[in-house]
Design a protein. Structure first.
Length: 147
């Protein structure tokens, strides 16, 4: 691939990422559009990891622990996350979703995944298979670089 093609591909990746994040953040089709992409990513990570520690959230989001604390403080204040002392180490704090947090996350991602399904359904079966392979290769390369 030529440098020009690489630059075009990079531009397309950034554009797709920006559009997807914009859809998540705008809350299109949702009743409450006021949460950012980073806040929703935090909620999703807490749901997926089942009560992660604050430093695990910071590491996942690639932000500093103080930034993660600030982000989580806002989500706790909004009633979307709950802090609980870790049973093994009382100094550590675990995070969990509240019922409101689950509702916001579910409604947002239902809309976004619906939009992605609509966009991706325009690809043929073979194109989708190729895209899956390419995306796995990209994420695998990033994982190697970040180790």
């Amino acid at each position: 691939m030529t440098v020009d093609n690489l630059d075009k591909l990079i531009d397309e990746i950034f554009t797709a990422s920006r559009l997807i994040r914009g859809r998540v953040a705008s809350g299109l089709g949702c009743q409450d559009p006021r949460y950012s992409h980073l806040q929703l990513a935090t909620l999703r990570h807490v749901r997926e990891e089942k009560n992660p520690l604050m430093n695990e959230v910071a590491r996942y989001l690639l932000i500093t622990p103080p930034s993660a604390t600030s982000l989580v403080n806002g989500l706790v204040k909004a009633g979307l996350l709950r802090r609980t002392a870790d049973a093994a180490d009382r100094r550590s704090v675990r995070l969990s979703l509240t019922a409101s947090g689950r509702r916001i996350l579910t409604s947002r991602f239902r809309v976004v995944t619906g939009q992605l399904r609509q966009v991706l359904s325009g690809l043929g079966r073979e194109e989708r298979s190729q895209l899956i392979k390419i995306m796995k290769k990209i994420t695998g390369r990033y994982a190697e670089i970040n180790e």
